[in-house]
Design a protein around this ligand. Sequence first.
Ligand SMILES: Cc1ncc(COP(=O)(O)O)c(C=O)c1O
Length: 330
Amino acid sequence: MQFSRFPRVRLANLPTPLEEMSNLSKALGGPRLFVKRDDSTGLGFGGNKVRKLEFLMGEALEKKADTVITTGGVQSNHARQTAAAAKRLNLKPILVLRGEKPKLHKGNLLLDTLLGAELRFVRASNSEEADQIAYEIASQIKQNGGIPYVIPTGGSVPTGCLGYVVAALEIVSQIEQKGIEIDYTVVANGSSGTQTGLTLGFKALHSGIKVIGVSVSHSKEELKHQILRLGNQTAGKLEIDTQLDEEDIVVYDEYVGPGYTVPTRECIEAIKLLARTEGLFLDPIYTGKAMAGLIDLIKKGVLKKGQNVLFIHTGGTPALFAEEEIFQDV
Ligand SMILES: Cc1ncc(COP(=O)(O)O)c(C=O)c1O
């Protein structure tokens, strides 16, 4: 796979560590468990989006953009990482955030404020509507002579997915060096870019590693459709023959609970367990739910003793500091 023809700016500390979680494996009596520390990509408190932003910002710079606009929820990790990357590259970040402006800026929103990002709180019932608002802001900027670059929700477009195809290469090389084999990778799915890039990358490399996505918001039908489309667009961009088929795509939507951003009891339990067994912090919106899924899949015997499972820690931990109240009685 040829990545050199795509514009890319180095923003992440790579490779991120791949560590064994033996205390957690012991506590769960299940498979050997490993964690890919993409919470440690470095920039602006890190997280998975920094990998996507290397290619997205590469494209923005190639287009001579002066402003980067993206969208997300009020506690969006993606928006925070985009604002940090924009500041690093001397671009102006505008964040279109779905929801009311809260009295107190906590967690990611506090960091967005420190970064000096321009914040626009909007009423939008879904990410498509928020993206639409971002494009409207972009056309106003253009009329005033600026050069805007819009990153649609989550950076889950083929350019962003390249970051996780690269991550698949990185993981395959790390496990070869460590002399281990991985059967399954478990990852949180919000807007699908991370799962798509990993699935495509592992398949193109004939690694045999299967990816299990744990949805934090959408139904599995929606996500499977999205991954298939995005995966094949990304393969087209890379000019590789690998195509994703339905059987390559595994998504569980049973762990969403009452809704996106609402932590379930199992999510809170998973966050506690990881802190107390591995000294590792998960987040209440994405990785806590993905870990709750992994734990349940062990209980159900889908993930078994004798297998090796890699959990992708996609970051999001600043959101812990916007949710202190749910952790008071734990
Ligand atoms: C911490 C965290 N994990 C996982 C994801 C999901 O990634 P994707 O949108 O590529 O599915 C996000 C997206 O915002 C995130 O912030």
